[in-house]
Design a protein around this ligand. Structure first.
Ligand SMILES: [Zn+2]
Length: 220
């Protein structure tokens, strides 16, 4: 699918859109897709669409609904297990591609090495949008026939990830993986305050585990 989208109009709405995309991206990255039921898969698609969605000239609702349909077309209440496995495989491959990008960034920071994270493919142009009086960037991906194409989708998702990073000015050294062993979820540390856990839930679980450990050591 070819998608042209505007992204240099950095007004508040724009940043908000990228914020929503970022949190949806983490939902998508941290999802355990394999055991998902139909409705869970639908909510995964919803997260994914929220991640890649960018405002176009078209009405938001129509654009969004069309995207949802595009990714959920192949499964429904009456889908065969094979169809479900296929779509899960598609999203798992996308997920691991995006996880790879974040992990490469985290790795480069940790090793103190320069690491290439993105290599853009497709056409990137900058032009003037006279209605807004702004410079606008346009990125178009090669067309693939109506079907979902994994390679095209990977490029689309990577491009969107990079745009979010750039629009929100995200730092490579603030991507984290939750240090609670049972969790390991990706998150972004928004402030300079060092964060080791993805959520207060994990902080509490960690503190409780430490407490139990100490108590046991004390008793034995
Ligand atoms: Zn966690």
């Amino acid at each position: 699918m070819a998608r042209n989208y505007m992204k240099s109009d950095k007004n508040q709405n724009f940043l908000k859109e990228d914020q929503v995309s970022l949190s949806s991206l983490f939902n998508f990255l941290n999802a355990n897709i394999e055991p998902m039921s139909n409705p869970e898969l639908m909510s995964l698609v919803f997260d994914y669409v929220n991640f890649i969605f960018v405002e176009t000239e078209r009405p938001r609702l129509i654009e969004f609904t069309e995207l949802l349909r595009k990714y959920s077309e192949d499964f429904g209440i009456d889908s065969s297990p094979e169809a479900l496995d296929r779509i899960k495989g598609f999203f798992e491959a996308l997920q691991s591609q995006l996880r790879g990008k974040i992990e490469t960034s985290m790795d480069a920071v940790e090793r103190k090495e320069f690491g290439i994270v993105f290599e853009m493919k497709g056409k990137r142009r900058v032009f003037v949008d006279p209605s807004k009086g702004l410079f606008v960037e346009d990125f178009s991906l090669p067309k693939s026939g109506g079907d979902l194409d994994l390679e095209t989708e990977k490029r689309l998702a990577e491009t969107r990830l990079f745009d979010i990073i750039r629009n929100l000015n995200l730092r490579a050294d603030r991507f984290r993986k939750c240090t609670r062993a049972k969790c390991g979820k990706f998150f972004y540390q928004a402030t300079t305050k060092e964060k080791k856990f993805c959520s207060t839930r994990c902080v509490k679980a960690f503190i409780q585990a430490q407490y139990i450990k100490r108590k046991r050591e004390h008793e034995s």
